[in-house]
Design a protein. Structure first.
Length: 178
């Protein structure tokens, strides 16, 4: 499976963070509306990502990922497949595994070289920033961690803003089952 190095943090100054991210951008930003349905699994996380209002040229994605729940840069492995029948796939997965929760967000994606900077506004949670340093085959995890730490400094991500949990877990902690 492909791997990346991830960082997730509260974004307490979204306008400032956006300005800093724009300075690092190597491509124009893209805004996405995403609705993620998580399914109960014994290990890793499995979610169906839908794009409300999407056209058939932007299918939904089934994403499996595994990363430790730790603050700061951490390795994540993932697999993605696309589907043009998200409703059917969601129904089958919910019947087989059960739903673990839903996350609705508006994401601004800013590319900074090989790093995806996600500026997220998550319904019922607030503003967050995620970094995903995409590692090439053969890259050492330390290369991703080094790049993530450099970007954390450039984006003024403070150590006390780092979070370990997925959004679905934060919603469950805050609101009970989602």
């Amino acid at each position: 499976m492909p791997t990346n190095t991830e960082v997730k943090a509260h974004d307490r100054a979204p306008a400032r963070t956006r300005a800093l991210a724009d300075e690092l951008a190597t491509e124009p930003p893209v805004t996405l509306v995403q609705h993620d349905t998580f399914f109960a699994t014994p290990s890793a996380r499995l979610k169906l990502r839908e794009f409300p209002g999407a056209t058939p040229t932007q299918p939904a994605e089934l994403i499996l990922y595994d990363r430790p729940d730790t603050q700061g840069p951490s390795a994540s492995s993932y697999a993605i497949t696309r589907t043009t029948d998200p409703a059917g796939l969601r129904a089958i997965l919910a019947a087989a595994l059960g739903e673990a929760g839903q996350v609705r967000k508006r994401r601004t994606l800013i590319m900074a070289g090989r790093t995806r900077i996600h500026l997220d506004e998550v319904a019922d949670l607030g503003h967050f920033i995620e970094l995903e340093v995409v590692l090439a085959e053969g890259d050492a995890p330390s290369q991703g961690e080094e790049e993530a730490r450099r970007l954390m400094a450039a984006l003024a991500i403070a150590p006390d803003d780092l979070i370990a949990s997925a959004y679905v877990d934060l919603l469950r902690e805050r609101n009970g089952p989602v």
